[in-house]
Write a protein of this length. Structure first.
Length: 444
């Protein structure tokens, strides 16, 4: 019998766990037993479990072994929304909406229906969008410090598709993608789908450890660096100008591509220049309208250097041909008439108010957050296992995300990510007090 390949073992075990064939709580074979069973090296078996942990599927407990992780609520990877009791608050996923947006949508749809050529919205749009629509987005991006031609803007169905297209264009299976040790969960899904070697860079309170990043790039060929420099998810940092300059310089010296995620950048009113402005020849900038306008408006965009535009356009044609006409017209209309700018101002005010509520309700706990953002990183006591805490909270009707969803390497800090945007603001304080009481009642 031939030895199993490393990726084949990961994919087989992941599929069995996700399907329930290997039930939650199952103790998996020891590293040595897995190595014998699959005829792989011990180091390879350790790597298999590390990748399953990075996918949020297993958890290692020192002295006890590796277990299929308890999954409650929404951990950012597998959206199981069932709760054993009536829901009190969903703190697992940010779905920000402003009162009155439904009326805005009705008015916009009526205006679109009355437009001169409504049938044009039903025709196929070209991959990346019409030039006029791309120009609208390019103009909007000037407000984010990005000066780019419409040719370099590609329209997508949300930021996740923009990331997918960028990775499909820039990487090949086996390439090294460096990410923060705590980062947006969707990048893990995409790295797995593209068969990339995801390498975590240690994080500090102020951002990624750039010395460690430099050493990584010297030790092995890094193809791309994925980064969230402005209002990081989940830690909320904003890299200063010096950090951005150094990150751009590292990418140049090691010939790496930068993938800059600007999903939450609109929440910082006066950020330093984006990396795209500092290293436009090697930076792909992705963002969308999910957090600043509406999560159901699946409209995103990617800004690419000239040399990658043609290949990315081909990737878009393969994936979805073109962006939906109705969604594109709605999104670009709201950008052009100032609706998006007004909604972003509303979001900043709302996020600041929710952070004030969170700081007051969670006073005395270990919290990390940007003062104008929709996320809180809540550190737990060493004895409080995040998946267990999440299960306890789910029993009380509160959904949260655990650190496992955001960890890109084997280290899983005892922490939760709280998303503040979804509960009604007047219910948030009570929900957070309930959360604090529930966590405080967990015995050591």
């Amino acid at each position: 019998m031939r030895p199993s390949s490393y990726k084949a073992v990961v994919h087989e075990l992941a599929a069995a766990i996700r399907s329930g064939a290997i039930p939650v709580g199952t103790r998996l074979p020891t590293h040595r037993a897995l190595a014998r069973e699959r005829r792989i090296a011990l180091a390879t078996a350790t790597r298999v479990y590390a990748e399953l942990a990075a996918l949020g599927l297993v958890v290692g407990e020192p002295g006890r072994g590796t277990f299929v992780r308890v999954r409650s609520g929404y951990d950012g990877l597998e959206p199981s929304r069932a709760l054993p009791v009536p829901r009190v608050a969903d703190l697992s996923f940010n779905q920000p909406l402003t009162p009155g947006q439904g009326d805005q949508l009705r008015q916009a749809l009526r205006a679109m229906a009355a437009s001169g050529d409504a049938e044009a919205l039903l025709r196929q749009h070209p991959p990346g969008g019409h030039r006029h629509d791309r120009a609208v987005v390019a103009t909007y991006l000037l407000g984010r410090g990005i000066d780019t031609a419409p040719h370099n803007v590609l329209l997508t169905s949300g930021t996740q598709q923009a990331l997918d297209i960028v990775l499909h264009t820039l990487t090949r299976p086996g390439d090294v993608l460096v990410v923060d040790a705590l980062s947006y969960p969707g990048i893990k899904l995409l790295a797995s789908a593209h068969d990339l070697d995801l390498v975590p860079v240690p994080v500090t309170a102020a951002g990624p450890d750039l010395d460690a990043l430099d050493e990584m790039c010297r030790a092995r060929p890094v193809r791309a660096i994925y980064t969230i420099p402005t209002v990081h998810n989940p830690l909320g940092w904003v890299l200063d100008r010096g950090q951005r300059d150094r990150l751009a310089a590292l990418a140049r010296s090691h010939n790496c591509v930068i993938i800059e995620d600007g999903t939450y950048a609109f929440l910082e009113s006066s950020p330093p220049p984006p990396l795209q402005a500092l290293a436009p020849e090697r930076t792909c900038y992705v963002a969308g309208l999910s957090k600043n306008v509406a999560p159901g408006l699946r409209f995103g965009f990617a800004v690419l250097p000239d040399r990658h535009v043609e290949a990315a356009t081909r990737s878009l044609r393969t994936a979805a041909w073109g962006a939906p006409g109705v969604v594109t017209a709605l999104a670009t209309g709201w950008i052009a008439d100032g609706t998006v700018t007004r909604l972003e101002e509303d979001r900043r005010e709302d996020a600041a108010a929710r952070q004030d509520i969170a700081r007051a309700a969670l006073a005395g706990l270990d919290i990390t957050a940007h003062p104008v953002s929709y996320t809180v990183w809540l550190g737990l006591e060493p004895h409080q296992r995040p998946d267990h805490v999440a299960a306890v909270l789910a029993e009380k009707g509160i959904l949260v995300s655990t650190a496992d969803a955001f960890a890109t390497g084997p280290h899983r800090p005892p922490a939760l990510r709280l998303a503040l945007a979804t509960p009604p603001r007047d219910e948030l304080r009570a929900a957070l007090h309930s959360l604090e009481d529930a966590i405080g009642a967990i015995p050591p």
